[in-house]
Design a protein around this ligand. Sequence first.
Ligand code: ADP
Ligand code: MG
Length: 500
Amino acid sequence: MPSGTPRRNDLWSLLDASWAAEEGGLDAFLHRVLERSAAHFGATGASLFLLDEDTGEFRLATKSGLDARMPDDAVILPGEGFAGKAVRTGRPLLLGPEQGGRRELTSAMVVPLVGPEGDCIGVLNLSRGTGLRTFSANDLRRARAVAGHLALAVSNAMLFRRMDEAVREARALHLRLRTVLDCLGVGMLVIDSDGRVIQHNAQFGIMTGANLVDGRAWNERPTVSRELTETLARAVGVALVGRSERRHCTSATTDRSWVVVGAPMRCGAAIAVEEVTELDRLQRETARTSRLAEIGQMTAAIAHEIRNPLTGIRTAAQLVRTCPEQSDELGRIIEEEAVKLNHLCDDFLEFARPLRLELTPVDLGEVVREVAESCRAEFDSAGVSLAVRKGGLSIIEADRRRVEQVCRNLLLNALQACERGGEVEVLVEEGRLSVVDSGAGIDDETKDKLFTPFFTTKSRGTGLGLSTVRKIVQAHGGHISVHSELGKGTSFELDFGKAA
Ligand code: ADP
Ligand code: MG
């Protein structure tokens, strides 16, 4: 109990944090603190200011008696005025009427609420009106003793309010999460680090057939397919050791398929499941349709390619009959066209045959240099310059003959795209190859068809070059891309997958 005359009020019960159950919450509690402090010290006016942690200012929290006239937005700035000084020093101040600046007051006490760690969390102002006894030095001593307890009570109450708000926020978040999970078209499961179900949505049960119970092991009941159960178990295992994974699985018996995603969480994992049976079916259908379209396109292109030499052969054969004296010349034409047909068959068979690679360590730079040398004469006679640049050794694991074929195709395409005076540059760096030309460039419509077998814009082209290039690159596990600007040129960039 404070020293001096104890007054009959329960100031000390304020330390009890049962305010939260009280109607009106924190505001009502603060007002109670104020009224009881005023009663305790026999004050006729009282106000309580609390620290605003964002601005460092002290804002009016509650007021009563003579102080009720104080504007609601009143603030105390640390260091400014009597109250500001009390905040700085942490010591209560006793003010007479002239210092208080208000004529109706005989005396006032400014009591900083200083917490156990010496931080000032608020200011309690107590005043007595005219006709009343002024506050004594003893009152000030008691005020100092009481201030620490009041500070504790107020900061406890504020802490409780923050906790209460946090709990309410967490509950609201939980509810929101549940609603979101239930609206999702994806099955969701959240487990703890022991694999026990923390949360799941109805979709999870619908998609997997697993009947989950919160708090029980997620894999207590089987799913609709052995493959799905295994994929889920794998995703859970991987996520619980801190990695994310996405897997596709198909039931061999029912042909249903799912995508399972596992992601690590603090103290557990989240698993998402989506049934993609219909999507897979559509994709297969689309692939089949585009394959059929490709075959149709190829058949038309082959027929066209065969018809040209055949027309030549038929015309020459008819002429042999009517003009036998030209049979030598006509025989030559027939032979040439037959050779062309033969080449076409070779190209087609080569393209249609599955690739069988003979992998050895290959120096990509050396292959490029050799192919460039073998094409040099063609470039010279077309008046197009050819340069090879290499950045260090580029050894790759590849089929040398196929790599040569890729280089030759790209170099000849680049040459054919250039006018006299054009430039072609080949760059080899870290297993990557770029062929850059200053040719005509490629429009967007052509770009979409570049790799389609038999697509060509050339009168004497086969349209098999780039589709073969891509087939070879992909068989190596590599990747090819094209960048082009109309009128400026084109660059093909590719790699052959692994370095040796
Ligand atoms: P082909 O060379 O027999 O036409 P390709 O498959 O090698 O067949 O090329 C297909 C088409 O791609 C070419 O007809 C041409 O229109 C375009 N193309 C290929 N390379 C280039 C390039 N470097 N610059 C511009 N167009 C190109
Ligand atoms: Mg070509």
